[in-house]
Design a protein around this ligand. Structure first.
Ligand SMILES: Nc1ncnc2c1ncn2[C@@H]1O[C@H](COP(=O)(O)OP(=O)(O)OP(=O)(O)O)[C@@H](O)[C@H]1O
Ligand SMILES: [Mg+2]
Length: 147
């Protein structure tokens, strides 16, 4: 495989109709590459939660997934409002989602904790008024299937 294999897509602010399409296509790509189902599941959770955070909180942005034989790297970047306190945002149950979003079933404050749980490493760089970059890595170390 010519590495890295890259899947990149734009995510629109408040577009709940298209939300999930990007992470769905990442899932299809990983299947096509012969990844193990447990790895696909972890990557799908991370990309889906990161995608929803771009839709709901980040004002839209870009999700990029880089796949090599060694790792899957998921990078979400936006130029949205930023996160004032990343440590607090990482806590289970913490959410600033407005009521109209909660009525749709989001806003449990479980997205970032779920991303963390499914990543081997996670970094979040955020500046208020500038934007947020989240980088999650899944190490493959011989469990990546045919790639
Ligand atoms: N890209 C982002 N830009 C700005 N703020 C963000 C971003 N991602 C997350 N946050 C902040 O971090 C909080 C926690 O995010 P998390 O994904 O854990 O929960 P949630 O999105 O509120 O609810 P859930 O993911 O369970 O639907 C959000 O409520 C929001 O305040
Ligand atoms: Mg979320």
């Amino acid at each position: 495989m010519a590495a890295p294999y890259v899947v990149e897509f734009e995510v629109e602010k408040d577009d709940f109709l298209a939300a999930g399409e990007g992470s769905g296509s990442v899932k299809d790509t990983l299947k096509m590459l012969g990844m193990h189902s447990a790895i696909i599941r972890r990557a799908a959770i991370i990309t889906y939660e990161a995608e929803m955070n771009l839709v709901i909180h980040g004002g839209g942005g870009v999700l990029k997934v880089l796949i090599t034989p060694e790792r899957i790297e998921i990078v979400s970047s936006d130029e949205g409002p930023g996160i004032p306190d990343v440590e607090m945002a990482m806590r289970e149950g913490f959410s600033t989602a407005p009521d109209r979003v909660r009525e749709m079933g989001f806003g449990a404050g479980m997205g970032l904790p779920n991303i963390k749980r499914n990543s081997d490493s996670l970094s979040i760089d955020s500046t208020v008024g500038v934007g947020t970059t989240l980088r999650a890595v899944i190490e493959l170390a011989g469990q990546g299937g045919s790639v």
